[in-house]
Design a protein around this ligand. Structure first.
Ligand code: THU
Length: 162
């Protein structure tokens, strides 16, 4: 038996103003994306902004449905729209933020497991790391260098083959 200890390294910033210009812009755009959230059921808005290697920035927000499981998280809305519209795009970085009228969110909101799995597949497909930035409005920012740090045991395609 081996006991293995996995460590992850991520950057922690006191606020968005500590980020470099590109990352700050991405956070600000993720905040703008909150405006298109359709979340009448949870009243929890999530916004994301994704920067492609081309420099283009794609926005996404959570889209809910009366049949709850039919809704989709902001991250997957944006990632799948990139997959459909720009199938060969390389993703450099994505910023995610959340907001609700019900309480003040005091810490960065991190992505659900389903979204991490989808991020992992995009990262594998492009063979280049995707930076993930979790941005708390008026608060802390966490920046992870790769989806591998968030989901080291992601299900990967080679498990379907010998
Ligand atoms: N949500 C996201 O958009 N991203 C996540 O990673 C977790 C949760 C959304 C789904 C739902 O519309 C609302 O937040 C409350 O769960």
């Amino acid at each position: 038996m081996n006991l293995i200890n996995l460590n992850i390294i991520f950057e922690q910033y006191k606020g968005v103003e500590e980020l470099n210009e590109n990352d700050r812009l991405l956070c600000e755009l993720s905040e703008q994306a909150l405006a298109s959230s359709y979340s009448p059921y949870s009243k929890f808005r999530v916004g994301t902004a994704i920067r492609l290697a081309s420099g283009e920035i794609i926005l996404g927000s959570n889209q809910e449905n009366l049949a709850y499981p039919s809704g989709l998280c902001a991250e997957r809305v944006a990632l799948f729209s990139i997959g459909a519209a720009y199938p060969n795009a390389v993703i450099e970085s994505m910023a995610i933020t959340a907001q609700t009228d019900n309480f003040e969110i005091l810490k960065p909101v991190t992505s659900c497991g389903g979204c991490l799995q989808v991020m992992a597949e995009f990262e594998r497909k492009q063979s280049a790391p995707i930076e993930v930035i979790f941005y708390c409005l008026n608060g802390e920012v966490l920046k992870v260098p790769s989806v591998k740090s968030l989901l080291p045991f992601a299900f990967v395609e080679d498990r379907l083959e010998r």
